[in-house]
Design a binder for this molecule. Sequence first.
Ligand code: NAD
Ligand code: IPM
Ligand code: MN
Length: 352
Amino acid sequence: MRLAIIPGDGIGKEVTAEAVKVLTRTGEAFGRRFEFEHLPWSADYFLETGITIPSDGYDLLRGFDAIFIGALGDPRTPENRHARDILLGTRFELDLYVNYRPVKLLDERLCPLKNRGPKEVDFVVFRENTEGLYVSIGGRFKAGTDDEIAIQEELNSFKGVNRIVRHAFAFAQSRGLTKVCMADKSNAMQQGHALWQRVFKQVASEYPAVQATHYYIDALAMYMVLDPGQFEVIVTNNLFGDIITDLGATFQGGLGMAASGNIHPGRTSMFEPVHGSAPRFAGKNIANPIGAIASAALMLDTLGLDQEAAAIDAAILKAVREKQVTPDIGGTLGTVEAGTYITNQIHPSRPA
Ligand code: NAD
Ligand code: IPM
Ligand code: MN
């Protein structure tokens, strides 16, 4: 399998190196050949060349079986143009409409919520990934003056809402789950989110075996903290999904733990940890590589390599249980050493 690797900026580079190490070992253990092609697109590359992503970049990416990204964002490029073109651009251009973000606690010790363990913190968020407030439609009038007017439109299309909501229900059904919760702000956003309401009710009616519930996003944030055990599948828009998955990451032990996939079922998809480039952590060998490694597992799982993905997840779990991890989750290892520990735990699963 041919995999595009975009380490990006800051700790993105460090955690990506560990994910690639784990993938390499997994390939060896299971007799699979992963071919990695490292792409240099990053803040450094942009500052050197003026290029965020080459003009044929998206076409190039479409030619791989999957894409792995570390993180993009750098204090020297405050407008975030390269991240917009590389990260958001790929989501849009490859039409990766499903942002899949599992919120799964591996060990009660890591959860900041009182008396909550792996049983209560185990749900997935489907974040719409191609529209909403992220499309950057709008503009500024009289910019830089006291008369400045800034308009940023939220795009909600029937096609966009329908496909992510359907994906959430189909996922629930395929996994034997019985609950899907949609979160919007239709009490205040009476145009776009009325569309979410209409579509959600329609799709829910086609899945009588799935209990469909709705919360306004503010209440959802509150219930996530108070009673996460009630959730199995959450579906929401682009911005709300971004926000609640950082919150969800804290339940898992922090941003260093959370994995994600940007998926268009059946097409080249992109996988990345939920966290960013954490500039203050960069170059210190302290970033937690688990979010990146778990994203690599998600990538293999999506490519149909479920045994390989399970072997990586088992190795991560072992590292967490044995505290062979970085300081953010109570260990003493560096990024490289934590990645090496997980790498050395990769074994093909044997029948019990
Ligand atoms: P961030 O996720 O980079 O870091 C926030 C904090 O979370 C860090 O200071 C650290 O305390 C913790 N953290 C994050 N990753 C960690 C890890 N692997 N191990 C241990 N602790 C970790 O968020 P930010 O500071 O808001 O953003 C920094 C830059 O990253 C910005 O430029 C932002 O736009 C960008 N960003 C990129 C992505 C992406 O590429 N997918 C995602 C989020 C943010
Ligand atoms: C994420 C990030 C991105 C987003 C940023 C870097 C644009 O926060 O992937 O969660 O908001 O989607
Ligand atoms: Mn985010």
